[in-house]
Design a protein around this ligand. Sequence first.
Ligand code: 1GP
Length: 252
Amino acid sequence: MSKTPVWNQIQQNCSAGRPQLALLIDPDQAEPDHLHQVLAVAAQAGVDYLFVGGSLVVGDGLGRVVRQLKATCQIPVVLFPGGNHHIEADADALLLLCLVSGRNPEFLIGQHVVAAPLLKRSGLELLPTGYILVDGGAPTTVSYVSNTQPIPADKAGIAASTALASQQLGQRLIYLDGGSGAKNPVPPRLIAAVRREVEVPLIVGGGIRTAEAARAAWQAGADVVVVGNAAEADPSRLLEIADGRARLAARQ
Ligand code: 1GP
């Protein structure tokens, strides 16, 4: 069966004005039975994409998790790599992240050079993404591991200019991330400022734990909202968030 490229799905949903939801799965936390339960809820909630990865994956579960996802559900599997070793050809696509909020050449081009031949051989669909870290109120693994500073949460103008530069450089997506487990989600005001500046699809995640926070992100202009920790701790959160999304879509 031929599959629709993930890029086409994102674009079609954006054109239809449909709020999209991604579940982020941390391979280090994904024990098979628990993952099975989470996936059942994700399917019920109408999750659009499964993002897999993180800035620090210490175990060897990435390949196992990707294969379990592909074997048990139809939701597209998109790698969210923390480095050039997070490549699994069994996934559907990979967010080719360029950490544009930082000034560490390793995450702007260094890792990409090492990964390029592997990515070419993998046949993965590549989604070039301007990745923008926003201060979520506490130091995050991603800023520590990448040795970069996030953009202050009250500097919407810097975030908007960074996103615009990223779009001008040819990135096809922007990902505004407070980082996994962020104390505060990316502020709606900052999301809205970025939304006004760029046309490319906008992914927003980090610290989104409630239906209200997800709805605020969509209303501010996010196309895809990412939920990780909250769904892992309590999968029923996905149903609440999906319910909020349905009510939002009904009002549009
Ligand atoms: C982190 O955006 C993701 O990179 C999701 O964060 O785990 O806090 O939902 P949470």
